[in-house]
Write a new protein. Sequence first.
Length: 209
Amino acid sequence: MAFEPFMQLFRGIQSRRNAGGINDVQNLQQVAYLRHLQKEIVKEDVMNINLNELNVVVFDIETTGFSPEKGDVILSIGAVKMCGKEIQEDGTFYSLVYFDQDMPDEIVKLTGITNEQVINAPKISDVLIEFYQFVKNNPLVAHHANHERSFMSYYSNKILKTPFKHRIVDTSFIYKVVDPTMKMATLDQLCMEQNIPIENRHHALGDAK
């Protein structure tokens, strides 16, 4: 085989490996667990549980942009496990995600995440499995949740070859139900309205908290 075609083939293999596809998930039992979990999500009826008694996982992601189908990626996932107003004992999750390209300057400035941090981070396949094991079959909560939903759906299908089935409660929608006059409430605005200290903004775990 000529050298250049060989190198092209090698680079293709490397890119697939670095992308963290399903073949890189070393423990296939984890994937089986995830698929079993999805069946349990479908069975469980959480619609009649009082919010003060409902187990949920509040989560946030940092990304390189807004369109996973156009190549934007997840850089980090942060989450807080709660029952009503109380954070549970095993209550937090955070992980950076492997990324091998130059980070956009505006993303570095916004999130504080650097090339050096993500180049040594776990692959997306491993992070997703670990995140779903943390969440289990609990409903998720996010603010302006379409962003989180689009990335989780895209990468669950692409990397784990399974659909994204977790329910997501969108806090921005809840606030519109409470106050129909509210147009577009940012997380900062709602935190200030509820006297919640604003710390570590645009950090996935900080925003989830």
